[in-house]
Design a protein around this ligand. Structure first.
Ligand SMILES: [Zn+2]
Length: 229
């Protein structure tokens, strides 16, 4: 008899796609266009997930140096995950082509971080196995980049007959038009689209506190007010 190796009797799991410094911070190598808003919303959802004790499956791009990639290169600070989306009890897997997964993974860890060499997590055998075998009622997707990794992740989950909810204000993009097309494709295939406030309530959060740019530190508004005066 084959015993299931991945057991998670929880209703929901957060799928945190590539929330890495190069993609989410103003000084990153490929920062998304709406980074301040997305960072603020991602922070809230990650905090909510912690309080609700929801498990997280995170993916992270890891490009080998000298491979022609311009961001998320192995060994650089830009490849690191942002701190909001990193849990204390996490387990990191290399993109090594293996499918081994320890038994009771989600009893021992709150978060599984899956490194990957391309946009599509299903190209990595272990990530494919974990995402495919995991039985939960809802996969809640946040992260970047909407028209790239988020799209590949969501369409892959939907193809495996999973229930997917995309938090539309927690996904960031490089190209607004392409992101809108990608979101429509995901919705057409069955993904539910909602804003985070409709899942976790409205926010009073003003400062983002991770990215060091003036907008995230709240200076922009003050400067703008001074300029007008
Ligand atoms: Zn910023």
């Amino acid at each position: 008899m084959i015993r299931p190796i991945i057991t998670l009797r929880r209703r929901r799991v957060i799928v945190d796609v590539d929330t890495q410094k190069d993609l989410m911070f103003a000084d990153g190598k490929a920062c998304i266009r709406n980074h301040r808003r997305v960072l603020a919303n991602v922070r809230r959802v990650a905090a909510w997930a912690r309080v609700k004790n929801l498990r997280m499956i995170s993916t992270a791009q890891m490009c080998p140096a000298g491979n022609g990639c311009d961001h998320c290169i192995e060994g650089t600070g830009g490849q690191e995950k942002i701190r909001y989306t990193t849990r204390m009890r996490n387990c990191v897997f290399a993109a090594d082509g293996c499918t081994d997964v320890p038994r009771d993974l989600f009893s021992s860890y709150d978060q599984v971080i899956l490194n990957k060499r391309s946009m599509d997590p299903f190209n990595e055998p272990r990530a494919d196995r974990i995402l495919s075998e995991l039985k939960v009622d809802e996969f809640i997707v946040i992260g970047t980049v909407t028209e790239e990794s988020v799209k590949a992740t969501v369409l892959g989950l939907l193809a495996r007959r999973k229930h997917v909810t995309v938090l539309t204000d927690c996904v960031g993009s490089h190209n607004k038009g392409k992101a809108e097309v990608a979101l429509r494709q995901m919705e057409a295939k069955g993904a539910k689209m909602i804003e985070s406030k409709n899942m976790i309530g409205p926010s009073c959060l003003r400062l983002v506190g991770a990215c060091g740019c003036d907008r995230c530190k709240g200076k922009m508004f003050k400067d703008a007010a001074n300029n007008i005066a």
